[in-house]
Design a protein around this ligand. Structure first.
Ligand SMILES: [Zn+2]
Ligand SMILES: [Zn+2]
Length: 358
């Protein structure tokens, strides 16, 4: 006799979102995830009665964005059963991503590096925020790309200005909907600003000063000569707006974008500049980055740097990547108080604005 199907009370939107989350956290290709996010967005505004009727009558697929597999998930959830696809994924993809890291992960209160579909992320701002709340975060810094990174649809001054209004609206909505009740969650204004060839930052001072947190990263000319790259990075770190030095070597160690060697620079000088200017070195948790490499991470610890363990999520499920960075930090015995995103939001914000005020 077959085991009875477990009951499921969360409804079809939650089932579709959970499937997408599990696919994203295990780095499934975007096209596999898109269908589930699109289907969730389609049925979210509908009357649940209509969804139930359509599920019974088999007319879900008449709705834009609903296909065979998403219709099946919806129908099973509507009947109060755990959708088969969800049950399978929970088993395959719901477990721990990595051995260790739980202690530091438990101490993290937020994430300082994330992207939405305003630049090269795959999901709307509010979906990133909802998922951050579900992960227990007290804050998420939205850090879409800056203008010169055209391949990633970097934000012009005008679009960034518009985005800041959207961030305020999302926060107001979350408070009004009671979504922030448990954690006091705040979506913070940020940017992943390109470090230009001479070390200057790719956004106006006026806009940079309107933000809560600024991550500065090198994305171009990674193969630059060592002395020039050192000057470039030290300049960027010395910029009073810079709070976090993002994925410092730019290396790629695995994944479908291929392998890329780390850029060459005088790491001791760069990390000493980080200490001097109160800039945190990012431990970029994306599995294909693992940046900085262990030798450099140990050097940054020895030099006395602060750190930020960031997901660099380009999709909601990727917000769960942080634990990879936590495992690395734990292995090297990094003191959690030196990780700025273990700090409460107020302490984080005062640190970040101190940087801007010097
Ligand atoms: Zn980046
Ligand atoms: Zn990024």
């Amino acid at each position: 006799m077959a085991a009875p199907t477990p009951a499921y009370a969360d409804g079809p939107v939650a089932a579709l979102r959970r499937i997408a989350f599990l696919l994203e956290r295990t780095r499934a290709e975007t096209y596999k995830v898109k269908a589930f996010r699109a289907a969730a967005a389609t049925i979210l505004p509908l009357d649940p009665e209509e969804v139930a009727t359509r599920a019974r009558e088999g007319t879900l697929r008449e709705l834009a964005g609903i296909g065979a597999s998403t219709a099946e998930v919806i129908a099973q959830a509507v009947e109060g059963r755990v959708p088969a696809r969800l049950a399978r994924l929970e088993e395959e993809a719901g477990g721990a991503l990595v051995d260790g890291g739980d202690g530091i992960r438990g101490a993290l209160r937020g994430d300082l590096h994330s992207h939405s579909d305003w630049s090269d992320g795959g999901s709307p701002i509010e979906e990133m925020a909802f998922t951050a709340i579900e992960l227990g975060h007290e804050y998420l810094v939205l850090t879409d790309h800056s203008p010169r990174l055209t391949v990633a649809n970097g934000l012009s001054v005008a679009r960034l200005r518009q985005q800041l209004e959207v961030v305020e609206a999302v926060n107001a909505h979350l408070v009004a909907a009671g979504s922030t009740a448990g954690t006091g969650f705040r979506l913070l204004k940020g940017i992943e600003v390109d470090i230009l060839d001479d070390g200057s930052l790719d956004q106006t001072d006026e806009m940079l000063s309107a933000l809560d947190v600024r991550v500065a990263s090198v994305h171009s000319k990674l193969a630059m000569d060592k002395d020039a790259m050192t000057r470039r990075m030290v300049n960027a770190v010395a910029n009073p707006f810079t709070n976090v030095l993002g994925h410092c070597t730019g290396r790629l160690v695995t994944g479908n974008r291929g392998i890329r060697a780390q850029s060459q620079f005088d790491a001791r000088r760069v990390f000493e500049a980080c200490v001097e200017h109160d800039v945190a070195v990012e431990i970029n948790a994306r599995p294909e980055r693992r940046d900085p490499p262990t030798r450099l991470l140990q050097l940054a610890i020895d030099v006395g740097c602060l750190f930020s363990i960031d997901s660099d999520a380009h999709a909601p499920g990727q917000l769960d990547f942080q634990v990879y960075g936590c495992a690395r930090a734990e292995e090297l015995g990094l003191d959690p108080d030196r990780i700025v995103n273990t700090w409460p939001a107020d302490r984080l914000l005062s640190w970040a604005s101190g940087g801007a005020g010097r």
